[in-house]
Ligand binder design. Structure first.
Ligand code: VGL
Ligand code: ZN
Length: 195
């Protein structure tokens, strides 16, 4: 398939934070290996003057998703900690980029970058019609951001060569991919993009 990037496209990079890297507290296997691929996509969008949105988990230290506070996860991506920072090699453009923090209230969790954020408003304001999603984790925040984008009416592409799953159960990522496909997401790689 050939996809030509146009002026109504935006890139969304999901949760490429230290705590989700293989050495982090909530490791997504091989998450660090997609950094170069994500950087290529970011530079492509930047070179066309298109916006890039970086979501991040940004939890208070007593967040509802944490073990001991009603949730299932070890404490992760606590606001202002090293673990919440983006991977050190993740390329962040100096202009036309937006950091979207989610899960910022103690009593509300957000797997989707659209939940409780201004992401949809920022996209709409810019006339964005299509979103291209990459990052981690395939089976949680990537999946929910993609489904959110589809429900909000965006044509949604998943960048297959720039996602990784956590796979709490071994086939979680596979199931997530099936669900995204069923809901209308289109999976592509760099080879499919014609600049
Ligand atoms: C995520 C688990 C908990 C994710 C966030 O970014 O996919 N997963 N919080
Ligand atoms: Zn989280």
């Amino acid at each position: 398939m050939k996809v030509k990037i146009n002026n109504f496209d935006a890139l969304i990079v999901v949760d490429m934070q230290n705590d989700f890297m293989p050495t982090g507290v909530l490791p997504v296997p091989e998450a660090d290996q997609i950094v170069p691929s994500i950087n290529e996509y970011t530079k492509l969008f930047e070179s066309k003057g298109l916006p890039v949105f970086f979501t991040r988990d940004w939890h208070p230290e007593n967040h509802i998703s944490f073990k001991g506070y009603g949730g299932i996860w070890p404490p992760h991506c606590v606001q202002h900690t090293e673990g919440a920072k983006f991977h050190k090699d993740l390329y962040i453009p100096s202009d036309n980029k937006f950091i979207i923090s989610k899960g910022t209230s103690q009593d509300f969790d957000a797997y989707s970058g659209f939940q409780g954020t201004i992401l949809n408003d920022l996209l709409k304001e810019r006339g964005i019609k299509r979103i291209f999603v990459c990052g981690v984790a395939t089976d949680y925040c990537v999946k929910n951001t993609v489904l959110g984008g589809l429900n909000l009416g965006y044509q949604t592409f998943v960048l297959e060569d720039a996602i990784k799953g956590v796979n709490v159960k071994p086939d979680d990522s596979k199931k997530a991919i099936d669900t995204m496909l069923k809901n209308g997401a289109v999976f592509i790689t760099k080879e499919d993009i014609s600049a």
